[in-house]
Unconditional design. Structure first.
Length: 168
């Protein structure tokens, strides 16, 4: 069952990514990319890496996509042309893919072998997590924090109005 879910999620990921690439509306492209990130997170969970799955949702589907939306709105990017037809036809692929991801998530939750396992589950306390994050992986944390700082400075420089010119 897990291999079927993996291949189904792979198909969803590829479809969402292709729809993201060929989408003319940048906001719709970001939504398809978020959907792809959610399916990738579920795939990580299926592969036995729940922490990586959680980071995928928090960092990529959360923070990075908010940054992308901020840049899209700040630069005033608009769709290239107005799509024809009712709105439900434009949203139908997204709704179908999102329903498939939700169905996969519910199946994984229902069939989770860890929920019925007899034995003590592995747990990591906040102190152990902090010691690992700021001890063993301190350099990686600092590199990521500098990347976020550079992104914030770049977004500030793109968004500020140049003095005397009146335009961004």
């Amino acid at each position: 069952m897990a291999s079927i879910m993996f291949y189904l999620l792979s198909l969803i990921l590829l479809t969402a990514t292709l729809l993201c690439i060929f989408q003319r509306n940048p906001v719709h492209a970001v939504l398809y990319l978020v959907l792809g990130f959610f399916s990738l997170a579920i795939m990580f969970y299926l592969l036995g890496a729940p922490l990586v799955a959680a980071w995928e949702v928090i960092v990529y589907a959360g923070a990075i996509m908010v940054l992308f939306l901020f840049i899209i709105m700040m630069l005033g990017l608009a769709p290239q042309d107005r799509p024809e037809g009712p709105g439900w036809q434009r949203w139908l692929p997204f709704v179908i893919l999102m329903a498939a991801v939700l169905a996969c998530t519910l199946v994984i939750i229902a069939l989770d072998p860890a929920a019925t396992a007899q034995g003590e589950p592995y747990s990591l306390g906040p102190q152990d997590f902090g010691e690992a994050l700021f001890g063993k992986y301190a350099l990686a944390v600092q590199v990521v924090s500098f990347q976020l700082l550079f992104a914030a400075v770049g977004a500030y420089n793109l968004g500020r109005i140049q003095r005397g010119k009146g335009k961004p």
